[in-house]
Design a protein around this ligand. Structure first.
Ligand SMILES: Cc1cc2nc3c(=O)[nH]c(=O)nc-3n(C[C@H](O)[C@H](O)[C@H](O)COP(=O)(O)OP(=O)(O)OC[C@H]3O[C@@H](n4cnc5c(N)ncnc54)[C@H](O)[C@@H]3O)c2cc1C
Ligand code: SF4
Length: 326
């Protein structure tokens, strides 16, 4: 599958990139590592007139511990750099663990944390070639007006399938968004809409520049577990991130899930359920039930929704027991 024609823009500094965003908003796609964008362009899911290649902007790379104890991560930092960072492994272990499960080593060398956060939602009926989609009459997310997953409805249920956002949600991450109108910092939890088609709150003239992890989230124990078809490369079909503080008794715990809803989500009520208790099998099972109730998978992938929801329950139970034993 060939690429559509486009004009490549290669800024060297952020200000130049912001200028291009203002000039070509609506007819431009941002390219970071390109590991998701390029295959999607080949499938004609995106046919932008301009591609804004961020890779020349050195200021958007790097993991920088802050004087207050938190850490700033540039949006262009590769998943490989995150996976291998001694600082993150020591203070925010759930993030490198989740990053290490993305795709394959080659793709992690190119793929960035910003691209992982901004990743398009996925569906069996959408991530296909133009001819394949044409043969099915297209769908709401691209070029059509019906949903093959929930026929009769008007909503798209494509799933968010990035591995690092559930870990980042557990760590109360914030992101900087820069655009023609200036800069804004928001909690990552406010970034996603919960809709499969317009899945993120990003204006056409904006991009994500930095991720911040607060000092208050440092030094939690962390575990990430994921279901995928091929263990060596695939996107998650269900994913669970757990962070916990425990000294025999749990003093705080958070759980994030991915690939089972149109947005990555924090499971509500986890802290309240576990607070002050010593973790055992039945408590871990109760947390697994909470997570499974938060998951709302539909037939957007080859594995059944029932199986994926059940794996959220099983992985959550295993992950909280593993985090407590760490
Ligand atoms: C075979 C294969 C397997 C994969 N498996 C996984 C997996 O297991 N888990 C997983 O999470 N992902 C997986 N991916 C997807 C992808 O490799 C990763 O999600 C990667 O982190 C994407 O980052 P990128 O820099 O390559 O993004 P790009 O492809 O460059 O961009 C992805 C999207 O984000 C937008 N974007 C990128 N950066 C920014 C920014 N700073 N601001 C605003 N918008 C931005 C782009 O416009 C595009 O829409 C897989 C991909 C392939 C090809
Ligand atoms: S959930 Fe429906 S509308 Fe969305 S991509 Fe799948 S088939 Fe298309």
């Amino acid at each position: 599958m060939s690429l559509p024609q486009f004009k490549l823009l290669r800024p060297r500094v952020l200000e130049e990139a912001v200028g291009y965003l203002g000039e070509h908003a609506g007819e431009l796609r941002v390219l970071a590592g390109g590991t998701d964008l390029i295959p999607s362009m080949r499938q004609r899911l995106f046919e932008p007139e301009h591609v804004l290649d961020l890779r020349g902007i050195a200021a958007l790379r790097g993991i920088k511990p802050q004087p207050d104890g938190g850490v700033e991560i540039g949006a262009l930092t590769t998943l490989r750099a995150i996976e291998r960072s001694d600082y993150l492994r020591q203070h925010y272990p759930v993030l490198p663990e989740a990053a290490a499960t993305v795709a394959s080593p080659v793709l992690r060398n190119m793929g960035t944390i910003g691209g992982n956060i901004c990743l398009d939602t996925r569906c069996l009926w959408y991530n296909q070639s133009l001819n394949w989609r044409k043969g099915c009459g297209f769908c709401i997310k691209k070029d059509g007006d019906l949903c093959h997953v929930a026929p009769g409805g008007t909503k798209c249920w494509a799933v968010f399938s990035g591995d690092t956002p559930p870990a980042l949600l557990c760590l109360s991450a914030e992101i900087d968004i820069v655009g023609a109108d200036g800069i804004r910092r928001i909690p990552l939890s406010d970034f996603y809409t919960g809709l499969g088609d317009s899945y993120r709150k990003l204006q056409p003239n904006e991009l994500v520049t930095r991720i911040f992890l607060p000092a208050s989230s440092a030094d939690y124990r962390g575990v990430y577990r994921k279901l995928r078809v091929r263990g060596s490369i695939d996107y998650p079909l269900a994913g669970v991130a757990v962070v916990m503080r425990s000294n025999g008794h749990v003093s705080d715990a958070r759980i994030g899930i991915t690939a089972v809803n149109p947005a990555p989500l924090l499971v509500k009520g986890v802290g309240e359920l576990l607070m002050g208790k010593a973790l055992d099998e039945s408590l871990a099972e109760a947390v697994g039930d909470l997570a499974a109730r938060t998951a709302k998978p539909l037939t957007t992938s080859a594995l059944t929704p029932e199986y994926r929801r059940e794996m959220i329950r099983v992985f959550t139970k295993r992950a909280v027991l593993a985090a407590a034993a760490n």
